[in-house]
Write a new protein. Structure first.
Lengths: 327, 844
């Protein structure tokens, strides 16, 4: 399959929309640009879903967001599964929570109406099913009530999420309690704190590759100057441009290796029947790694020349004023 | 009323008046007005004579037979519906009654001078009709009364006394009917009265002005529909001129068109012969005629023959040969006899004799009727002799046919030394073992449809074929049969009677004949397996069949609770294709359940020749294996019956596991509030479901195992029989089922999952062990997956099947669907090249 047109997106989310007026109204969608999409739902911008067009339910808010989808297809799969938990084949029948009790006019099973609990529980469930388990996902909560419901559900759910699943809360600033519960959230929009009206929630989500700038800069220098060296895992020499090489994302570490070698290393010797690693530690710097980040960087480097250039241009501009200021 | 008087005028009237009528009438065909008037006038006359008050209402009815009558009737009905509950006249009644109560007669007489037309109509309806007509009269009267009161109240300028008297009269009438309720405001009531009045008002007006308008009346009669009660009127019209002619025509019509030659013989025989011919068709006719010519009225019970002829059913057809001697009786049917007599009789002497004889015969016949009933009953009890066999209803015949045991064999086989008793006992034992199935079959509503179903072999009926070396007939002769009938009737139906009796007699003898059974087993096993283990033949005697059956019934889960998906899944576990209709699925599941239940229950039961189909090794394990399967299967099944999401715990569902049942009930209780608030309940419900699913998985495995074991002949035949929805199988061996299922359980655990997992591991191996690509623009599959690139399933499957799997040592091919399963189990993002609409994906 030779169609490798795009790098992994900087952001693709599946969101849970809730009416601020009527809290029982939910909507589930996916977008690479949550603020824009929210504006569409709220009627500020063109193109909202018909389901959210009722004025009596507006404005809507994104109470929960799952980010980190490695592409539109993945996000759409997850979105559909979350929106149709009574049908999705990703949910094994033994674990299905939502069961259709009614039928639509065309004979298909009718989806039971959403509720906060049902959405939360199915979200919890879908993050555990094998189809999505190893995806580089990240869970955000932007509403206290929803997060409370989530915690409550987590305490009662019979199976916990995988430990490496990052869960981030970002509530409204007046009651700022930014809790980073798991690793991997460090790269999250910290830089958004500076604006006069501090961005929070979906507005703090990174819409571009900016968080990766540092890494991209580093790997760019490595690969452009052909300093790949040998694979950090297998030790083979890495001839430039003759393979798919991934690099450590930790600052200062220039460990590079075959993608397959990386995956084997990160999976560990025990998990021989798994394919996708989730996270691990760099054999060179021993820093923590997430496979999603590595792949984003790698695909960006391989397929996103334009994006890389754009990304690397900005710092120059920034540097330029900085330099000017320094001068 | 007044109009009636006018019509009453005698036929001899002044010609001028007649002319007047003639000119006015618009429909000349109708009888003249005078005639009508005469007819009408006749009716009121007797009424008038009855009582002094009667004539007026009666005249009113007859005089307005036309549209006005209809008009009058319609509002009456409406008024009745409206008024009966309404207390409209009452307020006045209350009001006036408070003043005083005067004797009734005064009330009737008082209004007369004032309103000569209205009042006479009301009192007569009051008095005589009230008791007889009850409600209607009352309501009608109430309407009238209301009208009257209104008129009186409106004309208040007149003396107050009169109004009072009128109202008092009504007050008394009201008092009788209902309890009086006081209404404060009379005004709204009056307005109500105005509303209801209009239909009545024209009536009053017309009656008042009837004298000048009379002339127009007859005109209307022509075009208005006849009143409902105007039957006599129409009769009058039709009978006036044309009816007699038409009658003649109709009576002569047949005569005119019939062939004169044929008519006589047909017309002559009495109604009875005609009836008889109707029923028996024409081929009986010649015989009758012949008989009539040859025989001279031989007296034999004619009425009895008549009665027998009446039943023309299958039964009678079957017994027709026995009725031949009675045929001449037909000739003696009263009408028939007469014609015959006429034919031979000249002077009437013979006829007199015959009459006498007939009288005597009739007498005898009536006497014999009582007698005949008595013999008829014992005949029925006899349950059929050769002379008088009992014809069974289709269903009972079916039942009995299924009870018949046939022994097939060559003559040398039939000649062997086995006594008939042994065979019969054997069959009884077989039947006993199958009784459970039969009982449940009886319960099944499907009935004959069900029986019509073919079994695996394609044979329609289930005859128990016991391949033994003895013929039943021979055996019956040689053996002392326990039933008296068996020995007495050795003719046409020996097998049925004997065997049925034997089966009913009880199965107690089975245990005593075990030794012979084991001897029997060798020949009997010829059809199925030559090497049947005799040890398997000696299990404990059969338990009472009713016990397991009832137990099985009681445990049957309620399939209606399940969702469609669950139902279809369950059906698939039984090895059936998915069905669309929910009812069909439920029914099928019920059948499967019914069928399996006895199979589970029987293991303690008899293993007779059925067990001969068990392979030797299976038979050896039969006894120990029989007990565990029942326990193992029933829990597997019960969770299936449990509603997954239903919050209501059904009592029918038996405990899955002792441990899991305890936490269940609280979970269920909490399961309901889950939606509104509590997040706990879903978790618990989820926990609950898992054991249930486990049961289902086990069940599905069971069927799969059966399929896997299909190369084993015995198991195949058994499982095939079991999996079919038809519980009525010629010889469902209960033990075999349990055994096969047991064996299946073992193999099932391994085969599907094992195969799946092995293929998955091989796919993983093939993917990960493939050489990494040297071209970053053309990465390997593994690298693509690592990059979260969506994998096209068809391509990956093709690649895997193109040598990669064999490279890693897997010889089979994988389908894209399997690859999809693998991808999803590994969180690999995958998609189909072909989308659901038949197109193919171009962008990724």
């Amino acid at each position: 399959m030779a169609v490798l047109s795009k790098p992994l997106p900087a952001l693709y989310v599946v969101y849970v929309l809730r009416s601020t007026v009527r809290h029982a109204s939910f909507y589930i969608g996916s977008t690479p640009h949550p603020p824009r999409r929210l504006n569409q739902h709220n009627g500020v911008a063109k193109g909202g879903a018909a389901r959210t067009s009722r004025n009596s339910l507006r404005p809507w808010e994104m109470v929960a967001v799952v980010s980190g989808f490695p592409g539109k297809i993945a996000a759409l799969k997850f979105e559909w599964a979350l929106a149709n938990p009574h049908l999705s084949l990703h949910i094994p029948s033994t674990a299905r929570i939502t069961v259709a009790t009614q039928k639509k006019r065309n004979g298909h099973p009718k989806r039971p109406p959403y509720s906060l609990t049902s959405v939360i529980s199915n979200l919890h469930l879908l993050l555990r099913v094998p189809s999505f388990l190893r995806w580089p996902l990240k869970l955000h909560f932007f509403n206290r009530d929803v997060h409370k419901a989530w915690l409550k559900w987590c305490s009662t759910a019979n199976e916990p999420l995988r430990e490496s699943m990052p869960i981030v809360t970002d509530f409204e600033p007046n009651a700022e309690s930014r809790v980073v519960e798991n690793l991997g959230s460090a790269a999250e929009g910290e830089e958004a704190a500076t604006p006069p009206r501090p961005a929070w929630g979906i507005h703090a989500l990174p819409l571009d590759y900016a968080p990766l700038r540092e890494i991209v800069t580093k790997t760019e220098s490595i690969f452009s100057f052909e300093r790949e060296g040998s694979c950090v895992v297998c030790g083979e020499h890495l001839p430039t441009g003759e393979g798919v090489y991934a690099a450590c994302t930790n600052t200062g570490c220039e460990g590079v290796g075959h993608v397959s070698c990386w995956s084997q290393h990160l999976l560990g010797p025990g998990a021989t029947d798994e394919v996708l690693p989730i996270s691990g530690h760099c054999p060179k710097c021993n820093g923590s790694l997430t496979w999603g980040e590595m792949m984003t960087e790698m695909t960006l480097r391989m397929h996103g020349r334009k994006e890389v250039e754009k990304l690397l241009k900005k710092p120059r501009k920034k540097r330029a004023p900085a330099k000017a200021a320094a001068k | 009323m007044t109009s009636a008087d006018v019509f009453q005028s005698p036929p001899a009237k002044p010609p001028a008046a007649q002319q007047q009528y003639a000119m006015i009438s618009s429909s000349p065909e109708l009888p003249s007005l005078a005639e009508i008037a005469q007819r009408h006038s006749k009716r009121p006359a007797p009424l008038r004579s009855g009582s002094n008050a009667a004539p007026i209402p009666a005249a009113a009815l007859t005089s307005f037979t036309s549209a006005k009558d209809v008009l009058r009737q319609a509002p009456d009905v409406d008024v009745e519906a409206e008024r009966s509950p309404s207390p409209k006249p009452k307020p006045k009644a209350v009001r006036k009654r408070a003043t005083k109560a005067k004797p009734k007669p005064e009330a009737t007489t008082a209004p007369e001078p004032q309103e000569p037309i209205l009042i006479p109509s009301s009192p007569p309806t009051d008095k005589p009709a009230r008791k007889s007509r009850s409600k209607k009269a009352e309501s009608a009267q109430s309407t009238i009364s209301s009208r009257v009161t209104k008129s009186t109240t409106t004309s208040k300028s007149k003396s107050k006394k009169k109004t009072e008297t009128v109202s008092r009269h009504f007050a008394t009438t009201k008092e009788k009917g209902k309890a009086v309720e006081s209404i404060e405001t009379p005004q709204p009531v009056e307005s109500d009265l105005h509303q209801t009045d209009p239909p009545r008002a024209p009536d009053a007006d017309e009656t008042e002005v009837s004298a000048p308008l009379e002339v127009a009346m007859p005109r209307r009669r022509g075009w208005t529909p006849p009143p409902a009660d105007g039957l006599d009127n129409s009769e009058l019209l039709s009978s006036s001129s044309k009816a007699p002619v038409s009658k003649e025509i109709f009576s002569n019509l047949c005569q005119d068109f019939a062939r004169p030659g044929e008519k006589e013989p047909i017309a002559k025989p009495s109604a009875e012969i005609a009836e008889f011919m109707k029923k028996r068709k024409l081929n009986d006719l010649p015989a009758n005629e012949q008989a009539s010519r040859s025989t001279e009225a031989s007296p034999t019970q004619p009425a009895a023959a008549k009665k027998k002829k009446k039943i023309r059913t299958i039964t009678e057809l079957a017994t027709a040969p026995y009725q031949l001697p009675e045929l001449p009786d037909v000739l003696l049917a009263p009408g028939n006899a007469e014609t015959l007599l006429k034919h031979f009789d000249f002077d009437g002497a013979v006829k007199a004799q015959a009459d006498h004889q007939r009288v005597v015969m009739d007498y005898q016949e009536t006497k014999s009727k009582g007698k005949k009933k008595a013999p008829a009953k014992p005949r029925k009890k006899k349950a059929g002799t050769a002379e008088d066999p009992i014809l069974l209803s289709p269903s009972s015949a079916m039942k009995q046919a299924s009870n018949v045991d046939f022994l097939f064999g060559t003559s040398s086989q039939l000649q062997t030394d086995e006594p008939a008793e042994v065979i019969r006992d054997l069959q009884a034992a077989i039947r006993a073992s199958n009784q459970v199935n039969d009982d449940e079959d009886e319960d099944d509503k499907s009935g004959l449809w069900h029986k019509g179903a073919r079994d695996v072999d394609g044979s329609l009926l289930e005859f128990r074929v016991v391949d033994s070396s003895d013929g039943v007939e021979e055996a019956t002769r040689g053996s002392p049969s326990p039933a008296p009938e068996a020995s007495s009737t050795d003719n046409d139906f020996p097998d049925i009677s004997i065997i049925v009796l034997q089966s009913q007699a009880g199965l107690s003898s089975v245990s005593t004949t075990q030794n012979t059974q084991s001897q029997q087993a060798v020949p009997s096993s010829r059809t199925t397996l030559p090497s049947s283990d005799k040890s398997a033949m000696v299990p404990p005697p059969p338990p009472p069949p009713s016990r397991p059956a009832t137990a099985a019934k009681s445990k049957r889960p309620d399939f209606t609770i399940l969702t469609d998906a669950q139902l279809s899944r369950k059906i698939s576990t039984y090895g059936f294709k998915p069905m669309k209709r929910r009812a069909a699925m439920i029914k099928l599941l019920g059948q499967c359940w019914d069928e399996q239940q006895p199979a589970n229950a029987v293991p303690t039961g008899p293993t007779t020749s059925n067990s001969s189909s068990i392979s030797p090794n299976a038979a050896a394990t039969a006894a120990p294996a029989s007990a565990p399967p029942t326990t193992a299967i029933s829990p597997a099944k019960k969770p299936r019956g449990r509603p997954k999401k239903e919050t209501v715990a059904t009592a029918s569902t038996a405990p899955v596991e002792p441990a899991s049942t305890a936490p269940e009930s609280p979970k269920r209780a909490r399961g309901r509030p889950r939606r509104d608030s509590g997040s706990q309940s879903p978790a618990k419900s989820k926990k609950v479901t898992t054991p249930v699913r486990r049961g289902k998985a086990a069940a599905s495995k069971v069927t799969k195992i059966e399929i896997a074991d299909s190369d084993d002949e015995e198991v195949l035949s058994v499982s095939g029989g079991r999996s079919s929805p038809d519980p009525v199988f010629s010889s469902p061996p209960p033990l075999d089922l349990s055994i096969s299922e047991d064996a299946a359980d073992l193999s099932l655990n391994l085969s599907p999952t094992d195969q799946e997992s092995s293929s998955f591991t091989f796919i993983t191996k093939a993917v990960t062990s493939a050489p990494r690509s040297s071209d970053p623009q053309n990465p390997s599959w593994h690298e693509l997956m690592l990059m979260y690139t969506p994998v096209v399933l068809e391509d990956l499957a093709t690649w895997l099947n193109a040598g990669e799997l064999t490279r890693v040592g897997y010889d089979a091919e994988v389908s894209p669907a399997q690859v999809k399963q693998w991808c999803e189990s590994k969180s690999v993002i995958c998609l189909w090249r072909a989308n659901g609409k038949g197109g193919s994906r171009k962008r990724y």
